[in-house]
Design a protein around this ligand. Structure first.
Ligand code: ZN
Length: 138
């Protein structure tokens, strides 16, 4: 993992084998990043995506086999119980040119990951919403 920051943006470059969520949480804690939005591209494997089932208040999980181009990762960093809360959505390209995407639950870097945290001085915190069974931004 390599990261570079100015006052507004932190660039985070991940290497093969690194977990996106573990790396994002680590850099958010170590650098005490405020809230912000996250963008990125790269190549991933060991991916699990989800689609939220409102009735069951849980994610329907789908494991993706093999290598995928990470075409577009969008998400945000907020905080819950003094810990970073990473919410990510991803669109990924398959070998045959098709795309797949969803709420990202797990992903490891297959080659490289190039991410940018666009920060702001606000403070976003999460609060549990019983109607959905989710921690949403207040
Ligand atoms: Zn989501």
């Amino acid at each position: 993992m390599k990261h570079y920051s100015d006052k507004i943006v932190t660039a985070l470059i991940l290497d093969k084998g690194e977990s996106i969520f573990e790396a994002f949480e680590k850099v958010a804690m170590e650098k005490e990043l405020p809230a912000g939005f996250i963008t990125g591209i790269g190549a991933v494997e060991d991916v699990i995506i989800g689609c939220f089932d409102k009735g069951k208040k849980s994610y329907i999980e789908k494991k993706l086999n093999g290598f995928h181009e990470l075409l577009a990762l969008n998400g945000n960093l907020s905080w819950k119980d003094e810990k970073p809360f990473i919410h990510l959505h991803a669109i990924m390209g398959c070998e045959d040119g098709s795309v797949v995407g969803g709420h990202l639950l797990q992903a490891k870097i297959a080659v490289t990951g190039e991410f940018f945290f666009h920060l702001f001085n606000g403070d976003l915190k999460r609060e549990f919403v019983p109607e959905f069974g989710l921690y949403l931004i207040k």
